[in-house]
Ligand binder design. Structure first.
Ligand code: FAD
Length: 346
């Protein structure tokens, strides 16, 4: 395949990459390079928090009914397993089938940008007026020359590592999920804290005919064994009878300080988890991916895209930064216990 010249190269077809494509100004020649052949259906809880719902409204998108599922949790039940405490609070989630949600977003994004599935960006080189990316697709090596690159390649970002080798990178955890089949009398989003399982939390999310159980672990070597324990205990607590179906895993960004959030530079804009954007306390990242991706796409219309993006990024980063102290409280057993005794504290 010959080398390609485009105005914008978007790396990654997740929520951030698709939102970027959807927000590009008219007349821009853009390509989305996506490493996976089938870009839809990432390992995810599929809960759209109110911020994600608002981000979709700002993108003027309405989720098709076929991508939503029931029940839509209206309550979060928080269990501190070690302390034997329980608390709940209200929050309106939209529950989605993540594969259908991804497929829908990608279909819309493909109306605005050419799509290269199975195409991994493995190198980036900055020139005076463009960035040249090396894209490997099957046995082909393609050079894509782009005025702007939007790095939206997720928690294990190659773009952030290759383009900003000296910048701090947020730590990641190995997140695992499994599905327990069977109709459960579960309408809430169940959250469990137990230090012996993880220093993050475990979750159970109702889906049609099954319940998703998941958690995230800092140490990849012991993650599998700890997840077995999570599944066993959560099943017991929620009286779930079925045997776990397939287990999936994916990296989850766990930002700790504001320097983990990185907007990129003049020609390489970072969005979504690549930019470190995710809630440090809940791991909810779809809203950040949609917002930052959209801001990066819109910034391309400006005569100074990087400054324009940095301005928008500052607001998104502020929201993410608020979650850092919250994470310190909820992941510290004594502080969490104190907070859980305050009735109004979510
Ligand atoms: C188990 C789990 C459950 C979660 N549940 C929720 C939830 O319920 N609600 C919520 O709001 N958030 C949730 N999150 C977080 C949320 O899924 C992410 O923060 C969000 O999807 C990030 O979107 P993104 O576009 O930044 O990255 P991604 O969705 O990771 O997309 C990045 C894309 O880039 C591609 N890619 C990677 N490297 C390259 C490369 N070199 N070249 C080309 N392409 C590349 C990848 O294949 C991928 O498709 C969850 C996360 C995990 C791990």
């Amino acid at each position: 395949m010959p080398d390609i010249r485009v105005d914008v190269l978007i790396v990654g077809a997740g929520a951030a990459g698709c939102a970027a494509a959807l927000s590009l100004p008219q007349g821009i020649r853009a390509i989305i390079a996506e490493r996976r052949r089938n870009a839809a259906g990432r390992c995810c809880g599929g809960l759209l928090a109110p911020d994600a719902q608002r981000a979709l409204v700002r993108l003027e998108l309405t989720i098709p009914e076929a991508a939503t599922v029931l029940p839509s949790p209206r309550t979060v039940n928080v269990h501190d397993v070690d302390a034997g405490l329980h608390q709940n609070y209200r929050r309106n989630y939209v529950n989605v089938d993540r594969a259908r949600f991804d497929a829908w977003l990608l279909e819309l994004a493909r109306e605005r940008a050419d799509f290269l599935p199975g195409a991994a960006v493995t190198e980036v080189a900055r020139g005076d007026d463009a960035v040249t990316a090396t894209v490997r697709r099957r046995t082909n090596v393609i050079k894509v020359r782009a005025g702007i690159v939007i790095g939206a390649d997720g928690a294990a970002s190659s773009i952030r590592r290759l383009a900003f080798p000296l910048a701090r990178r947020p730590r990641t955890a190995v997140a695992m999920q499994t599905r327990i089949p069977g109709e459960a009398a579960l309408n809430a989003y169940e959250v469990f804290f137990a230090r012996r399982w993880t220093n993050f939390y475990a979750w159970a999310i109702p889906k049609p005919g099954e319940v998703l159980i998941g958690s995230a672990f800092d140490d990849p070597a012991s993650a599998g064994g700890r997840f077995d324990e999570v599944i066993r205990c959560v099943k017991e607590r929620l009286a779930l009878a079925g045997d776990p179906l397939e287990r999936r895993s994916r990296l989850l960004t766990r930002p700790r300080r504001t320097s983990d959030f990185h907007a990129g530079d003049e020609r390489i804009l970072l969005a979504g988890e690549t930019a470190g954007l995710i809630s440090a306390s809940s791991g909810e990242g779809i809203s950040y991916a949609l917002e930052s991706g959209a801001a990066a796409g819109r910034a391309v219309a400006s005569t100074e895209p990087a400054s324009e993006y940095r301005r928008a990024f500052a607001g998104i980063r502020r929201r993410a930064a608020w979650k850092l102290p919250k994470a310190r409280v909820i992941f510290s057993p004594p502080l969490r216990r104190f907070a859980m005794r305050i009735p109004w504290c979510p």
